[in-house]
Design a protein around this ligand. Sequence first.
Ligand SMILES: O=C(CO)[C@H](O)[C@H](O)COP(=O)(O)O
Length: 236
Amino acid sequence: MDARTLKIEAARVALSHVHSGMKLGIGTGSTAEEFVRLLAAEVAGGMEIIGVPTSERTAALCRELGVPLTTLDEMPHLDLTIDGADEIDPELTLVKGGGGALLREKIVAAASDAMIVIADESKLVDPLGRFPLPIEVNRFGLQATKLAVETAARTLGLDGAIALRMAGDQEFVTDGGHLILDASFGRIPDPRALSTALHAVPGVVEHGLFIDMARLAVVARAGGVEEITPRTNQRS
Ligand SMILES: O=C(CO)[C@H](O)[C@H](O)COP(=O)(O)O
């Protein structure tokens, strides 16, 4: 089964959690886009939902396919968000932001009663850290912020290259007008400690660690789709 087929299968199973009348957060990325395509077919068939997109890219696809949209200002409380991820650990802590939408994705997920993450099995890791951690930062003071992030990470025993994300020869700019640092820390044994340390850096707008947000992962493998709930954290 190719990667796209796996993404479609995960999206199809996640769609079974969506019911008419729901207010939905709609994620960003290639897996989330497969979900949007399936959702659009349901909407065309009469399902009544309203969506809040997590990026301009997702908003454009929804408009093109006829998925009704609103904003989080109009509808600040959502029933469910369905989104992809770059990494998923056994506690369903996620690394997100490979598509650069982590800030809106986190705001939308936090405004939702539940979050379902959809992925193919290549996203399952233990521990997190194979994929560089996206950190959204203010443009002002970029070098000082980068230095402060390096220092904060080092206190947790993490190092590795931190690179400014580029789009060709231009800086990658998020929908919120910020920049992204991609931090190749390698293993992230304590995502909570890293989250706290990153939030303490003034220039950091948000980071791509999603902790205690996803309550279900719908993961497609060649042999079928598995629904995974968080493993209890035994470390207290
Ligand atoms: O966090 C994201 C965008 O900011 C995406 O959900 C993540 O990058 C996964 O994307 P894909 O489904 O294309 O692998």
